[in-house]
Design a protein around this ligand. Structure first.
Ligand SMILES: [Zn+2]
Length: 206
């Protein structure tokens, strides 16, 4: 695996203009152990540039080269989702610094509320631009949108299924969710760090 580029999370949408489609900003949670704030960025629109089709069904692309580290299958709250890990070693040094990463850590991107069940397996390698799903409204989602999170954690984690807000969720599935949201394994950051890095880097958009 080696770093190639940074790609738009939405096919046929210029990465340099992707911030136009942010419909819900990142909001830092209040307190250390609470389900508050908004841990990611939402992207949505009714009609791209005022015309054309709505966002649902738009192909979601991996923003970075990496490996599938987590999957979700139409359960609450993330719905159909995928987590992709990119290790420190292949990230541009400047980007790793922005995310305050060191050796032994990886950047994990979560893509939530996808239309259909993910068709990749844990451990599958993806490249920047690999289609990983379609925008949908599965899980806790009002209108169809892409929910994107960025977290830093130890390299090589295979995330258990994360389920919460469902009576049928097992204790393990609930614990995995609580750890992802509030546990010490993970440090959450706004994906705006990645988008700002893109905007300041020439030749990195695709
Ligand atoms: Zn969201």
């Amino acid at each position: 695996m080696r770093f190639t580029s940074i790609c738009s999370p939405l096919k046929d949408h210029d990465l340099a203009k992707i911030t136009n489609y942010i419909s819900n900003p990142y909001v830092e949670p209040v307190g250390s152990n609470r389900e508050t704030g908004h841990h990611g960025l939402d992207f949505s629109y009714y009609h791209k540039d005022g015309v054309g089709d709505p966002i649902d069904g738009t192909l979601i692309q991996s923003m970075l080269d990496g490996r599938v580290a987590g999957l979700g299958f139409d359960r609450l709250p993330y719905g159909n989702m995928m987590v992709i890990e990119t290790p420190f070693e292949i990230l541009p040094a400047e980007l790793a610094t922005i995310y305050q990463m060191k050796a032994g850590q990886s950047l994990y991107l979560l893509y939530g509320h996808m239309l259909e069940s993910p068709n990749l397996a844990i451990g599958d390698e993806v490249s920047c631009g690999t289609a990983i799903g379609q925008v949908g409204g599965s899980g806790f989602s009002g209108n169809p949108h892409l929910h994107l999170e960025t977290r830093v954690g130890p390299t090589g984690i295979e995330l258990p299924t994360m389920i919460f807000y469902e009576t049928t969720a097992t204790l393990e599935e609930q614990a995995a969710y609580v750890e992802w949201r509030t546990g010490s394994t993970w440090t959450k950051y706004t994906p705006m760090l990645l988008l700002t890095y893109v905007s300041e880097t020439t030749g990195a958009n695709q």
